[in-house]
Write a protein of this length. Structure first.
Lengths: 300, 386
């Protein structure tokens, strides 16, 4: 999309170029200045517009945490669920109403720790969901505790002597479980991220994008990494774009180079494809495809 | 069976166990989405629906655990489906947090709990009625819930339909508190003609799209609902919210939000109270029972009547909200209320509280694993008649 369209009214002080897609009556938001989440929302809205998917078909689901609040600021049908359960909630929405384009925006703790079981199973099923995992390396909402993504030696309130557990390499995790679209960008890579989100939304199957995002208030401060701007400078200097890199190589080590790019993109039958194929094969003419959700116009 | 010709509801007399009857009740109620995870003794409900659904246009998904099952059911309900999940004790424990989300977001759905003996893994294959308080208070926070309890496979069919109807009318997850005995008991189940089964519609919002407020209630305290994907651009959250559905983290909003969730059930308690009464007038002792225990109690009641004791019988089908008024009225008229239940005193305490000292109350406890010996219930009746 031409970025000029997006910022067509730049310069009019009271107008946000994306305000039609944001719940402006909920502003100001709760996120810290220079947090990466604003960038993620911008990229998401731009990607959703560019995808040309009908707006009413797009549903946003979040879990709990800083990123969990994303659903509440986006002016789509949006669901703020329980901690870790965004993926199964979204699975229910998708399977019950397959017309929907169900997108998740949630954090690393929500999706990979407490929701880890659902993440691997949704990837295994190739469930037709788009998952945007905002990774800030810690639990920020609760004040900066260690997460399964916290790099070894990094400081967190629950690792006051430095983290020592091995963190997850999330792209490798979802790739090995069967995700059919996997990418990683940082909050600095706005254009690449927007393109990836658009590709993921148009992809049939389980698509997953990790976004490395600055957490200036807790993670960066506790680890003396400077301001949000310093973190963006770090991403600039230390991101290495390697499209279709082996996800096995995508480990993140404390303040070392971060491999970014689109790692996986392949066509495979989705959960719903596989179910229908198997039912048709086994039941033949007796198979009655899912009737779909109730229709408010007919249900009286 | 050719469902395509005959339709999804197998009208006629069948020989079914309670689990299968529950599955057929769900189909008759228009449920076309089930998410479940295997657990004894409830698995047969899911198995039957896994087999039946692809023939009648339903969709069954076996989730990775019970947390996922209930979350998927809530998502499916907002996607526009009539949705249900089925479990037993340990799975019911895992579902509690999201049952709370269902209460808070006023999501219609049915949670079937085929109870077994607990705590913990307990008695997977043997009966219990030990989750009755968990059905009421299992999720954190203050709320009211609806729960029904069946005493026969026929009721497993009939009341599953009622559970769906109540969940749609009051927009709340409804707990269907079966137990292993009822679930695995095989009896005649008569399924009526599909067009004679009363199925209540969802409370769809029919006003202008941009005017929809997700939590602006109708007169009975229940707000109308929309379906995701229809361009209402709603926000649905488990946080304390205002009529717009927006999080408002204040004591004032908490008061409005939570008191309405509670009041919409409490104020309509009479409407959703289902009890069966037998010879209450002039009774000296009344047996109050639910589920399989009510079935067993009939033998003790018959024996006591042979001995000339005036015994009434109050069978609770609606167990939550608890029929307080009914118990309070009875307590003023009879000498003793006797409750057998397969736990060490859960609903009994509610009964005792409602009786408020106006009559004696006796518990006939049982730790689980089997039903009461009717003689134990008889002994309590005789004691109550003294």
């Amino acid at each position: 999309m031409n970025p000029d369209q997006l910022v067509g009214k730049r310069g009019t002080p009271d107008f946000h170029p994306m305000e039609d897609f944001l719940r402006m009556d909920r502003m100001p938001h709760i996120w810290c200045s220079t947090c990466g989440l604003g960038t993620v929302l911008t990229a998401f809205i731009a990607a959703a517009q560019e995808s040309a998917i009908p707006r009413e078909d797009i549903v946003v689901v979040s879990g709990i945490g800083c990123t969990g609040r994303a659903a509440g600021y986006l002016k789509y049908d949006s669901f703020h669920t329980t901690h870790g359960r965004a993926i199964p909630y979204a699975t229910g929405l998708k399977v019950a109403n397959p017309r929907l384009k169900v997108c998740l925006i949630s954090g690393d703790g929500d999706l990979v720790s407490i929701g880890g079981n659902h993440l691997i199973h949704a990837a295994r099923r190739n469930m037709d969901l788009t998952v945007i995992c905002v990774n800030n390396f810690n639990y920020a909402m609760t004040g900066g505790q260690a997460a399964p993504t916290t790099p070894q030696t990094a400081m967190a309130t629950t690792t006051p002597y430095g983290a020592f557990e091995r963190p997850f390499n999330i792209p490798f995790l979802v790739d090995s479980c069967g995700a059919t679209y996997v990418a990683r960008w940082t909050a600095l890579h706005v254009r690449q991220l927007t393109i990836s989100i658009k590709e993921a939304m148009l992809h049939r199957g389980f698509s997953f994008i990790e976004v490395i995002s600055p957490c200036p208030t807790v993670y960066a401060r506790r680890n003396r990494l400077g301001t949000g701007l310093d973190l963006m400078k770090f991403y600039h200097d230390h991101s290495i774009t390697k499209n279709f890199a082996s996800t096995r190589e995508c480990d993140i080590k404390f303040q070392q180079d971060i491999i970014v790019g689109k790692f996986v993109q392949k066509e495979e039958p989705t959960y719903l494809d596989s179910m229908e194929a198997q039912m048709k094969k086994t039941l033949g003419a007796k198979f009655v495809p899912y009737v779909g959700p109730m229709d408010p116009a007919k249900d009286k | 069976m050719n469902e395509k010709k005959r339709g999804p509801v197998p009208t006629g007399a069948h020989y079914l166990d309670g689990d299968h009857a529950c599955a057929e009740g769900a189909i008759a109620a228009g449920c076309r989405f089930i998410a479940g995870y295997p657990i004894t003794p409830s698995t047969e409900v899911a198995e039957r629906l896994a087999e039946r659904f692809p023939r009648i246009g339903g969709t069954f998904i076996q989730m990775e655990d019970e947390l996922a099952s209930i979350a998927a059911v809530l998502g499916a309900a907002w996607g526009g489906a009539r949705a249900m999940t089925v479990t037993s004790g340990p799975g019911f424990s895992l579902m509690q947090e999201n049952i709370g989300l269902g209460v808070m977001t006023e999501t219609p759905c049915v949670v079937v709990n085929v109870q077994r003996g607990g705590p913990s893994t307990g008695l997977p294959t043997l009966t219990g009625q030990q989750d009755m308080m968990q059905a009421r208070w299992g999720s954190h926070g203050d709320y009211e819930i609806i729960a029904l309890s069946p005493s026969s496979p026929q009721e497993c069919f009939d009341l599953t339909v009622t559970c769906f109807n109540l969940s749609e009318k009051y927009r709340v997850p409804v707990m269907f508190m079966m137990d292993e005995c009822v679930g695995h008991m095989t009896e005649k189940v008569v399924i009526p003609a599909a067009d004679t089964i009363e199925v209540w519609p969802r409370r769809w919002y029919r006003g202008p799209r941009d005017k929809y407020l997700p939590y602006a209630p109708d007169k009975d305290g229940v707000p109308p609902m929309i379906r995701a994907g229809d361009d209402h651009r709603v926000h649905i959250t488990g946080l304390t919210h205002d009529e717009r559905g927006y999080p408002i983290i204040t004591a004032e909003c908490q008061h409005l939000c939570v008191s309405r969730l509670v009041d919409k059930i409490r104020n309509n308690a009479d409407d959703l109270m289902i009890v069966k009464e037998e010879q209450l007038d002039g009774a000296d002792v009344v047996v109050v029972a639910y589920g399989i225990s009510a079935r067993v109690a009939t033998k003790a009641i018959a024996d006591a009547r042979k001995k000339g004791i005036k015994v009434g019988f109050l069978r609770l089908i609606t167990v939550w909200p608890f029929p307080e008024k009914k118990i309070r009225d009875l307590a003023g008229k009879v000498g003793c209320l006797v409750m057998p239940e397969i736990n060490l005193g859960q609903m009994y305490r509610e009964m005792e509280r409602a009786a408020a000292g106006k009559c004696r109350t006796l518990l006939v406890p049982h730790c689980g694993g089997w039903v009461h010996d009717p003689n134990d219930i008889l002994k309590a009746i005789l004691e109550g008649a003294k």
